[in-house]
Design a protein around this ligand. Structure first.
Ligand code: HEM
Length: 387
């Protein structure tokens, strides 16, 4: 007689109704914070590239990739991510750099954010996850926004070797980004916005200062890393979990083989940095549309990654190159992608046994990136026997 291996239980694909519920809730982070902009982008998205006055809206997957990887960009122009980075800090860092300066700065961060660097940081966020999700076992609710803030702050703290409290780092990084982003968006600029942004950035640099004279990272680079890491993480983790819960994807999240694929799919569909504002530095062409030097390019990551049309499903994922577009493309593509994927993977692994549902959600209208101000979840299963 031969022993046969147990057949794995098939993990269900999401139903249309559950997907619609997830999409409906997630859309609120856009419609409650920037309804006009969201409407304009939705109205123009059928065309891969659309010109509106001096702005070129780029929705198509290939034109988006080309705009980032092939079109020369003015990385210091006002109203771009690089321009905001430069305004925020005395020297600017990464986002606004080109050539040798950019290569050197990237090399400095690449090591810390590579495979070994991520494993070194992993115990830091795992401790936050274990402590902050423990109340679920007793039937209590857990708000994922403060959890994500502490997780991101603690990771940055360990990454940069500083001693400032995690919560302070997260708060200062959020303030600096929110103040800077008001520059990007259409509409009147609130009085004192530039001063507020500079003050927030100075506070962040102060918090991140280290006593180590041999520290390689410049203050501006440390501040930019904190801004880039904290704001994306705080936006991404709660939105991804809400989608997973609403679309009933916990079966896929509980499966060690499917979870890494699901992580990429969830990040694709929530596209935490949905718009990349850039400025062309030379004449070019995108999908037949002429682009002139000085044109403003609005690169819509959300549409390029087909977040609006193709729901996440680990059984039928988008091609990896497409999902990855939410992290940008070319020489400036996000160096923190591996870290972000690992953090969401760990969060889903911790939550999956509880099959949590969303019990309360409030949009953050003032944040730099679309996201929740509060996202409370509660376990649908409590005892291990239920699992
Ligand atoms: C889900 C989370 C994240 C998303 C969606 C995301 C997305 C992006 C995007 C779209 C860019 C611009 C890429 C381009 O211009 O082609 C970027 C750049 C960058 N990101 Fe991320 N990011 C995330 C997490 C992180 C984390 C955790 C860190 C650091 C620990 C980080 C650090 C950076 C840095 C330093 C840059 C500038 C790179 C350069 O200009 O060379 N990001 N990110």
């Amino acid at each position: 007689m031969t022993d046969s291996l147990p057949t794995p239980t098939p993990v269900a694909a999401p139903t249309a109704a559950a997907t619609a519920r997830a999409r409906r809730r997630d859309r609120r982070v856009y419609t409650r914070s920037h309804p006009v902009l969201f409407g304009l982008l939705a109205a123009t998205r059928r065309r891969p590239v659309a010109r509106i006055g001096g702005a070129v809206l780029v929705h198509g997957t290939e034109p988006y990739r080309q705009a980032l990887a092939r079109v020369p960009l003015d990385r210091t122009a006002a109203g771009t991510t690089g321009g905001a980075a430069r305004e925020l800090s005395v020297g600017g860092a990464l986002f606004d750099q080109e050539g040798a300066g950019h290569r050197d700065a990237r090399r400095a961060v690449a090591e810390d954010l590579g495979a070994a660097g991520v494993e070194r940081l992993r115990p830091v966020w795992r401790e936050v996850l274990a402590r902050r999700t423990a109340p679920l076992a007793a039937g209590h609710t857990v708000d994922l926004v403060p959890l994500a803030r502490e997780l991101a702050g603690a990771t940055v703290r360990a990454l940069l070797g500083t001693t400032a409290p995690s919560e302070h780092i997260a708060e200062a990084a959020a303030c600096a980004a929110a103040a800077a982003v008001r520059d990007h968006l259409p509409g009147p600029r609130p009085p004192g916005a530039a001063r507020a942004a500079a003050a927030a950035a100075a506070r962040l640099e102060e918090l991140l200062a280290t006593a180590d004279p041999g520290d390689r990272a410049e203050p501006a680079l440390r501040a930019m890393l904190a801004v880039a890491a904290v704001n994306t993480t705080v936006a991404a983790l709660p939105r991804a979990v809400a989608w997973c819960a609403d679309a009933r994807l916990w079966g896929q999240a509980a499966d060690d083989r499917l979870r890494p694929v699901l992580v990429g799919e969830l990040l694709r569909v929530i596209a935490p940095s949905p718009l990349l504002p850039r400025v062309a530095a030379a004449d070019a062409e995108l999908d037949g549309c002429p682009v002139r030097a000085g044109d403003r390019l609005i690169l819509v990551a959300r549409h390029a990654a087909r977040a609006h049309s193709d729901p996440p499903d680990a059984h039928r994922p988008a091609p990896p190159g497409e999902a990855r577009l939410v992290f940008g493309a070319g020489s400036h593509a996000c160096p923190g992608a591996r870290l972000a994927l690992a953090q969401l993977d760990d969060l889903l692994a911790v939550l999956a046994p509880y099959r949590p549902t969303v019990v309360r959600a409030r949009v953050d209208r003032g944040a730099a990136l679309p996201g929740w101000r509060s996202l409370a979840i509660r376990a649908a299963r409590l005892s291990p026997e239920d699992r």
